[in-house]
Design a protein around this ligand. Structure first.
Ligand SMILES: Cc1ncc(COP(=O)(O)O)c(C=O)c1O
Length: 455
């Protein structure tokens, strides 16, 4: 039986009424990616206030690897609600913060002893990782990548690459941040091809140290092991190792931003495990806590312990509800074998998407790691980013019962971030919708191209 069930046109009347209230009360800057208001959600299914049932390929932007209202998470929350809600870990501590830290220290790649600090969001966790790296190395500069996304706060916006809508108008940015090309093989900044390029983009860092910023001034290189908002760009496996070696050579810390890649999404708990790299600091958030606000920095104990008492933390950081939820998430990932499930789901998507690439010129690239998969849409020349078609595909999917989010510096990537508990039948149902949408768009594109030739 189909999961998708639409009773009204999308958005329905109740959602429309709420959207109008929202427009009057919430600033435009908080974007409205889908104008449907949720009433209830379970697993990979969202029901809206008009009674329409959608398949969720967005997962609250990658926060629900264990699914909406995972039973383990819900039970842990009910239990915690009946005990205490907030004391501030710095004032009156509680075991769940410590237990979760112990778990993450154990799960983080490498044998070096680790420690973990909790915050409220991904951006806050990135801020803290940079703060810790600067204090430990006593160096000011940070190197980040083209197409990176690290958040919307002052420092993390400065580390983020995409200008609109994230940066333009919010200048000036934080200082001592330097941006270099990522290993974006589909759109290589140096127009080279892997592996003949011999990882030119990684080794070019040595040139950056001569012409842009001295290596001995650089505290850290911050990297998403697979670019998230930048368009699900998975670098060659040896690229991150090369970056890590360069870091080691110059005493620079490697910070892995695993906010979007973490907790099973790529088929391992942390994506950097694929690359055989032990980052000095790992930043987490999103799927860590199954829908509750929580961010973390896990790093080498020696680095994490460098700053004095009172220098890290915050009033709500590591709230007991969020910590209990996160402990339950780690159990659910394990019990549900969700890392393996991510690999199978990723393959399922890729098989379909590679077929689309053959059939529709609109699909320029199919890429990703594990279940972190995407398609990049291009124009009739097979190259120009096609943001219009991408928007139209997302809209088509929404109107036909599939919620998804786009990505990419050019806004031309459709990514999937479904809960990993989605069933095969639900996944196929969602992919069927995408396929019909793509076929309709591909027909329209062909007709437009023919028209352009004739006129
Ligand atoms: C890789 C990465 N880092 C940091 C962030 C910021 O996280 P938050 O939105 O929780 O502040 C995001 C959010 O999308 C992200 O994808």
């Amino acid at each position: 039986m189909a999961t998708i069930h639409l009773k009204t046109s999308i958005p329905g009347p109740r959602s429309k009424a709420l959207s109008a209230r929202r427009a009057n009360s919430v600033p435009r800057g908080v974007s409205e990616i889908t104008p449907v208001f949720v009433s209830q959600a379970d697993g990979a299914v969202i029901e809206d206030v008009d009674g329409n049932r959608f398949l969720d390929l967005a997962g609250g932007i990658g926060c629900l690897n264990v699914g909406h209202r995972a039973p383990e998470v819900v039970a842990a929350l009910h239990d915690q609600v009946d005990r205490h809600l907030h004391t501030c870990f710095m004032v009156t501590p509680y075991e769940s913060y410590v237990k979760l830290a112990e778990k993450l220290n154990q799960l983080a790649p490498g044998k070096t002893p680790k420690k973990t600090l909790f915050l409220n969001s991904g951006a806050e966790a990135v801020e803290n990782a940079i703060k810790i790296a600067r204090a430990y190395t006593k160096r000011p500069a940070v190197i980040c990548f083209e197409d990176a996304f690290h958040g919307r706060t002052q420092l993390t916006m400065s580390l983020t690459s995409k200008t609109h809508p994230y940066k333009a108008g919010f200048e000036p940015f934080a200082g001592d941040i330097y941006r270099v090309p990522f290993a974006h093989c589909y759109r290589c900044s140096y127009s080279l091809k892997y592996p003949e390029c011999a990882l030119h983009c990684a080794h070019h860092l040595e040139d950056t140290f001569k012409r842009v910023v001295a290596a001995e001034s650089v505290a850290a290189i911050i990297v998403e092991p697979v670019l998230g908002e930048g368009g699900f760009i998975a670098p060659p496996l040896d690229w991150l190792r090369a970056i890590h070696e360069i870091c080691r050579k110059h005493g620079i810390l490697l910070i892995a931003d695993e906010v979007q890649t973490g907790f099973g999404r790529t088929g391992k708990i942390f994506a950097c495990e694929h690359y055989g790299v032990e980052p000095d600091l790992i930043v987490t958030a999103k799927s860590l806590s199954g829908g509750l606000p929580l961010g973390g920095v896990t790093g080498r104990a020696e680095i994490m312990d460098h700053t004095g008492p009172g220098s890290l933390g915050g009033t709500f950081g590591g709230n007991p509800l969020a910590c209990e939820a996160a402990i339950a998430v780690l159990d659910a990932l394990d019990h549900g074998d969700l890392c393996n499930r991510a690999v199978l789901l990723g393959q399922r998507f890729r098989n379909r998407a590679l077929g689309w690439k053959k059939r529709f010129g609109l699909v320029g690239d199919v890429r990703g790691l594990g279940a972190m998969q995407a398609i990049e849409l291009v124009g009739v020349d097979g190259r120009t980013p096609n943001a219009e078609a991408t928007k139209a595909l997302a809209q088509y999917c929404l109107e036909h019962g599939v919620i998804l989010v786009t990505a990419g510096s050019y806004g031309n990537v459709v990514r999937i971030l479904m809960p990993l508990v989605i069933t095969d039948a639900q996944m196929d149902e969602a992919l069927d919708v995408m396929e019909v949408g793509l076929a309709a768009l591909a027909g329209a594109e062909t007709r437009t191209a023919e028209h352009a030739v004739v006129s």
